[in-house]
Unconditional design. Sequence first.
Length: 136
Amino acid sequence: MSEGMRQDGKAPSRVPGGSTSLPGLASGGERRRYPRQEAERLLAYTRFGENQAALDMGMAKTVDLSEGGVGILIHRAVGHGETLHLFMAVEENLVESKARVVHQRPLAGGYYQIGACFLSMEERGRRYSCGKNSAT
């Protein structure tokens, strides 16, 4: 069974607020520390393997964002634990961050939805992800 898939083979359901419900968690609730916001933004990425060698580069888009991580729609499988160097379009700015892939699930049409936790992020990017969109 694919990681992130329910036992009946269906994808997790979306719940109000943009989060994904993953049945079967020991606590019965979300594991996230920060609330997610639906956020559709373009991003460029460089993918790094476990030995930190660059594997490839490409474009993707976010589906949700929080202070602690990001959900990304991407056109290729990404390994658990791989590092992504991200450049996200936020308003008229590019925000740089690094994130570690914590899960992925296949979607129709050859796409994947991945979840990644931030390892580092520029301060202005952190303000946007927290909903504090004040000017720099």
